[in-house]
Each structure stands twice: as C-alpha cells, then as structure tokens.
Design a protein around this ligand. Structure first.
Ligand SMILES: Nc1ncnc2c1ncn2[C@@H]1O[C@H](COP(=O)(O)OP(=O)(O)OP(=O)(O)O)[C@@H](O)[C@H]1O
Ligand SMILES: [Mg+2]
Length: 339
C-alpha cells in the first residue's frame, strides 16, 4: 500500500499521522510517498523520524520503501532519511552544522555515561558541555542571553532523557532564524515516556498519559522519589520541565508529546492533541526578542514555582536544585542578541 506523508508538516498534522500509521492494516509492502519538495521544520523532522523508525521496527515481516524522497535534498542533507534507516543522504550528525542549524544529531546515552565515568564527573557535566556546544553552533557565540538560555534548555531536556527515559539515545535537531528572532529545538527519545517515568515515584502512579504530562510540567514534580533530598547540583528537584516551559512561553511556545497525549503551551493558551508517540518528544520555540527580560523573570518563575509546589501533592517542597534554578546564567542585558 502507498502511505502518503502529510503535505503539511506541522506538529499537529504529524501527531495525527502518528495515529494513522498505527492503524494501518497489515500489508507486505508499504511505500511511503514523500511528495513534492517542501520545508521540513526541525521538530517535525524528528517526529517523523521516530514514527517511521517505530513503524519499521513494529512490522518486521513487511517491507518498507520510499518514493519521491529524492525531492528533499535539504532533509537528506540534514540526515533525516538515514535517521530512520533509509539509505539516502547524510548520516545523522554528518552535515557540518552552520550558524543557523544543528542537523539531526544522535547522542548515545551509554557514551555520555562512559565519558562521565572516565572523567570522574556526573553525566550532567558532560551533557552541559554538549548542550553548550550545540548552543554555540546555533548562536555562533559562547556567551549572552540567547547562548545561556539555549544551553540551559537543551541541557535540561537531554538530562531528562538520560536520567528518566531508559532510552539508548536522544535525537535532536534545531534551527535559528536571526531575522525572525526565532529558535526551534526538537529533542526526542524512544524511551519509557513521561507517564512511566513519573510512576517511579509512588505519589504519581496510575496517572493517564495526559495527566502525567500536566503533572510533570508542575514545579517540584519528579519521578525520582528522592527529589529535593540533599543539595547536590545535579540532584533531581522536579524543576527542569517547569522552568523550560516557562522560558519558552515567554513569547514562544513549548510542546511535549508522550504516549497518547500532547500538550502545546504559549503564554496564553494550552492546546491538547491526541497522538500515538513512542517515548517523549519536546519542542521548544524561543522568541529571541524577549530574552533580555528573562533575567528578571527567572527569579520570579522559581519563586512562584516554589510557592506553587507547597500545594502540589507529592511535590518536592524544599528547593530547586542549583542546576534547575538556572543560577549559572549571568546575563549582560546591554548586549545585543542577534549581532
Ligand atoms: N524523557 C523522559 N522520559 C521519561 N520520563 C521523563 C522524561 N522527561 C521527564 N520525565 C518525567 O518527568 C519528571 C519531571 O521532569 P523535570 O525535568 O521537571 O524534573 P526532574 O528531572 O525530576 O528534576 P530536575 O529537572 O530538577 O533535575 C521526571 O522526574 C520524569 O519522571
Ligand atoms: Mg529534569
């Protein structure tokens, strides 16, 4: 049978496609039609990659083919096709990366762990170094509000994969459009998903995917029952998703998808969408115009979070770990962002 890849590659249409794919009847041959050339945004590229990979893995007795993939030279260049096993174009991470994008990149969790062990440091430090590298590629600098914010946000989402998902690898892809004052970062894993991650904490067992997503975004909520005990920098405190989603919503957008549920948030609105996602996928859309004011807001986010955590069942009420507070950020508000 021929399976058409949605023409409109928005996250919403791909979440719909995740359900379509899962409901396809059995067949010997599936031919995926990529259609005419069009824009593949970073997060959409990641979603499609994890969905096609899962489809292939779930139907080992069927053959999968592609048609019209030759039309998509940019996606091929970024490693999209190879990322789900189709031998066409660059491998993930092969394209050099430029001042505007990070190609599809695969970080191996065991490698991060081994590197941390060899250097006698916590994996958080290795992840921080990777996140700063990626942020450096996107911003072409090594300091300033945009560099710091991106380093932080990318680090927190990668940490979550490494610390909670059980996945072998994390996939990411990102792009910066200086003239649009916009950065999009997509990070996905094929691990246990938010619902199961949270269920490691007895306070959050038996939640639906939807309720687990809502809960995980709250301050002080962690699947780690030890969250907030001890004062180590990298100790879980349940603030990673809370802080990153508030940062993105400051003029941008934050989306998280896991299992049969996705939530997309901007400053004023929440949209919920049904889907069928393996693991966890996060989309962060940052408005670079609004970052200088973020400095003052971070303290407020943390204080509001801490106050809210007092009323949330099972939440860590004592503190946000140093890592999750984002205190390492030292903004120079006079510095231009896109110059
Ligand atoms: N990729 C993921 N896979 C599985 N579960 C996840 C994932 N990301 C987050 N979670 C679940 O959501 C919870 C909340 O994540 P969050 O980043 O807010 O806090 P934390 O990681 O527990 O603590 P901190 O980020 O402060 O170190 C996690 O504890 C985990 O249970
Ligand atoms: Mg975290």
């Amino acid at each position: 049978m021929i399976v058409e890849i949605p023409h409109n590659l928005t996250p919403a249409s791909l979440l719909g496609f995740s359900q379509t794919l899962d409901n396809l009847p059995d067949d010997e041959l599936y031919e995926f039609d990529f259609g005419a050339a069009r824009w593949f945004p970073p997060f959409s590229m990641l979603l499609l990659s994890v969905l096609l990979k899962r489809f292939r893995d779930q139907r080992p007795d069927s053959r999968c083919r592609a048609r019209n993939h030759e039309n998509h030279t940019y996606a091929a260049y970024l490693g999209f096709f190879q990322s789900f096993g189709l031998r066409h174009g660059n491998e993930p991470g092969e394209a050099p990366g430029s001042d505007s994008y990070v190609p599809i990149t695969r970080l191996d969790v065991a490698e991060i762990q081994a590197e941390a062990d060899a250097a006698w440091v916590e994996p958080g430090e290795i992840i921080e170094a990777r996140a700063r590298e990626l942020s450096g590629v996107l911003t072409q600098t090594d300091s300033g509000p945009l560099f710091d914010t991106l380093s932080y946000a990318i680090r927190e989402i990668i940490r979550n994969t490494v610390e909670h998902s059980g996945a072998e690898a994390v996939l990411l892809c990102a792009q910066h459009w200086p003239t649009r004052h916009e950065v999009e970062v997509g990070i996905a894993d094929a691990g246990v998903g938010i619902q199961q991650g949270l269920a490691n904490n007895p306070s959050y067992r038996g939640l639906t995917n939807r309720d687990a997503l809502q809960t995980a975004l709250m301050p002080g909520v962690s699947g780690n029952p030890q969250a907030g005990r001890g004062q180590e920098v990298w100790q879980n405190s349940g603030y990673g998703l809370y802080m990153t989603n508030r940062i993105c919503r400051n003029g941008g957008r934050f989306m998280i998808c896991s299992g049969d549920s996705a939530i997309s948030l901007n400053q004023a609105n929440k949209t919920e969408l049904p889907c069928n996602m393996p693991g966890t996928a996060v989309r962060m859309l940052l408005n670079t115009h609004r970052l200088p004011e973020l400095r003052e807001q971070l303290q407020r986010f943390r204080d509001e979070g801490h106050q809210a955590a007092q009323t949330i069942r099972g939440a860590n009420r004592s503190f946000a770990s140093t890592a999750s507070q984002m205190l390492s950020i030292d903004f120079d508000p006079d510095r231009g962002l896109d110059d």
